[in-house]
Design a protein around this ligand. Structure first.
Ligand SMILES: [Zn+2]
Length: 659
């Protein structure tokens, strides 16, 4: 690992970078320990096996016959087929198989820190060997364009995910190198990126393109940080700067293919956030995952280059997302049509698309916004997406997945084993397996604690090794004890997040109360001192239950209430609440109690209250009548949203009727 020095020197601006701790430097226990164990014990292997079953190994193996098109090209609707300019038929999810391998390799890499697994490691080594043999002498590497559609490389960046696939393989390569010390895939990808840098860039003679599905930008930042190669960082910045510039690359590229740019399946370049240069964007639009990956890359580049123009755009986009288009679960992108955003306050519950990958992408973006310093505005949202709308996508045992994460179900939305577009399983797998790296941000003279949970972190500050032990039953209990163990006394600032959901907090250092008002900035308490071995910080976050209400502009949530406790959003499930859930109502005055249930769903805190239910009485086959239905008292029980559909399948509801 080589430290990058030159990025900040390029602009001359100081770089105030809080960098995440590498995955192996944080051991998580408790809540996240269970999640990581499930991924290491099951998900990582399952991802590999499902990729093989889907015939992905055949596609990358130059010694076997090409599998051809296994997943059909996108079938056009009759209207689309009648349009001679329709180009949607050029796309199949099979084009993205390299990305599924990339994320599978990345998940396996992080899992190996948790649990040695020689069998899995050998399988991944074999996949990497195949990529090594597939790579062309000029460095180019795409199993789709080499094996299925030869001769067409770099002809349709808009639709075909070529650079996106490279990005995921880069992320896999960096993670696998860091986990195993094996450089093979890293070297393969450096050769490929050298080829990409020769092909794209501002210099005359190079293509002025960028990917229709963002991803390579953030991946190049990772590669630059891992290798110390400034060229890779500059390429990330180029792709971001070039996006949406005129003349529009996707127009020119379509004409070069002999098609009309206006025949674009998604009609507008808002779909892939290339409708405007990124610094002019102020509205979160289009495909949700693409948007989150772009903003993640922008945040990385803003941090590395000290670029305030990018930062200003990101803050506008952040405001837009979080005040108009985000589900209470941290899910995003309500529409299946564009897998993305629609209009302000359009947040339907039952039909919510809210792709697992989009919430994972929000975690990526939020965590990168913390690179310029601790700010609870971002960390709170990271926590919301982490504990709710992202991990809802993975069953508790790590074997089954959700693609869509609705906030209401009539019982027919259930977890599946695999999907013909399998982007979500390895995405949630890699995020969970690397959760330790989201806990902290380390700067030259400061450590920020973004997330709480039973864990041990090891890091070095001012050249002195320090371990930091969190003892806590978070998120079930808000008491967090932090023991700081430097090998020798060392001065640094410890920043502790005080979540916005917490209405009352108390902080003590070595038993002495600290006045929070005096040390609070951007939602973090800053404790500046020379830390000695055995120093102890105690933080007590009140975890009273909250009723959450939506802005009345959200038509689907009017007159409804959602329950939350700490970072967790709750839902009711049919298995705990017999009968149809839409009949339930919760009076404003109802007392809600929390109960720890160690034997339920891996050990959770449930919420319960006495509510009302519209009775099952005899309507004599009538549909309407002048008399309202009778009400009966009903015990209402709620479980954390992330844990739903892990028992008998049935109805689920987040937003309960109030009254
Ligand atoms: Zn996905």
């Amino acid at each position: 690992m080589t430290a990058l020095k030159s990025a900040a020197q390029h602009t001359g601006k100081p770089k105030l970078a809080f960098r995440p701790l590498p995955v192996p430097q944080v051991d998580v226990r408790g809540f996240w320990g269970d999640r990581v164990d499930a991924v290491a014990a099951r998900t990582a292997e399952i991802l590999y096996e499902r990729c093989v079953e889907a015939r992905m190994l055949e596609q990358i193996d130059p010694d076997r016959p090409s599998p051809g098109v296994v997943i059909p090209f996108h079938s056009p609707s009759p209207d689309e087929a009648a349009n001679p300019g329709f180009t949607g038929s050029t796309v199949t999810t099979q084009m993205f198989w390299d990305s599924d391998w990339g994320k599978t390799i990345e998940t396996a890499a992080y899992s190996l820190y948790r649990r040695r697994n020689d069998t899995l490691e050998k399988k991944i080594d074999a996949v990497i060997d195949l990529y090594g043999r597939l790579q062309q002498s000029d460095g180019y590497l795409s199993s789709w364009y080499q094996r299925i559609q030869p001769g067409l490389r770099w002809t349709n960046l808009r639709d075909c995910h070529e650079l996106y696939c490279a990005g995921h393989l880069i992320e896999g390569a960096v993670a696998y190198f860091q986990a195993t010390g094996k450089r093979k895939l890293l070297d393969i990808m450096c050769r490929y990126v050298d080829h990409i840098a020769d092909t794209f860039g501002p210099e005359p003679g190079k293509k002025k393109g960028y990917c229709g599905h963002e991803e390579i930008e953030l991946a190049l930042v990772k590669l630059a940080r891992a290798t110390g190669e400034q060229k890779y960082m500059d390429l990330a910045k180029y792709f971001i700067d070039q996006r949406g510039q005129q003349p529009h690359y996707f127009d020119e590229e379509a004409r070069a293919r002999g098609t009309d740019p206006k025949a674009y399946h998604f009609k507008t370049y808002e779909y892939n956030q290339s409708h405007k240069p990124v610094r002019e964007q102020d509205k979160v639009v289009g495909h949700a995952v693409r948007a989150m990956y772009l903003f993640s890359g922008m945040a990385d580049v803003a941090t590395e280059y000290g670029d305030d123009t990018l930062r200003a755009a990101l803050d506008r986009l952040w405001d837009d997302l979080t005040t108009k288009s985000l589900y209470v679960t941290g899910g995003l992108g309500p529409s299946a049509h564009n897998e993305g955003f629609t209009s302000d306050y359009d947040l339907p519950n039952e039909t919510a698309y809210a792709e697992t990958c989009a919430a994972v992408g929000l975690v990526f973006w939020s965590s990168r916004m913390l690179g310029m310093g601790p700010n609870a505005r971002y960390a709170d949202m990271m926590e919301r997406a982490l504990y709710n709308g992202s991990i809802s996508g993975l069953s508790l045992d790590g074997s089954l997945f959700f693609y869509e994460n609705p906030l209401e179900s009539r019982g027919r939305h259930n977890r599946w084993k695999w999907h013909r577009c399998p982007c979500c399983p390895p995405n949630i797998g890699r995020m969970v397996a690397s959760i330790g790296s989201y806990f902290y941000g380390l700067a030259d003279d400061a450590l920020a604690v973004h997330l709480y949970g039973d864990s041990t972190a090891r890091f070095e500050i001012s050249g002195k090794p320090v371990s930091l032990v969190q003892t806590s039953n978070y998120p079930w209990n808000g008491a967090v004890s932090i023991r700081v163990e430097p090998v020798a006394p060392v001065a640094f600032t410890l920043h502790l997040r005080l979540p916005a959901w917490c209405r009352k907090a108390a902080l003590k250092v070595n038993g002495k109360a600290v006045a929070l008002d005096a040390v609070l900035s951007d939602g973090y308490a800053a404790i500046e001192r020379e830390w000695q071995k055995g120093d102890c910080v105690e933080l007590d976050l009140d975890m009273s239950i909250s009723r959450l209400f939506a802005n009345p502009e959200v038509r689907q949530d009017i007159g409804r209430v959602a329950l939350a406790r700490g970072p967790l959003i709750y839902c009711v499930e049919a298995t705990d609440n017999p009968g149809q859930l839409h009949r339930i109502s919760l009076p404003r005055a109802a007392r809600i109690e929390a109960h720890h249930e160690p034997n339920l769903l891996g050990g959770i805190v449930t919420l319960s209250a006495t509510g009302n239910r519209e009775a099952s009485e005899d309507w004599r086959n009538g549909l309407y009548r002048a008399e309202p239905p009778a009400l009966e008292e009903a015990r209402v029980k709620a479980v954390p949203y992330y844990a739903w559909d892990n028992r008998d399948s049935g109805e689920m509801l987040v937003w309960l009727r109030e009254g």
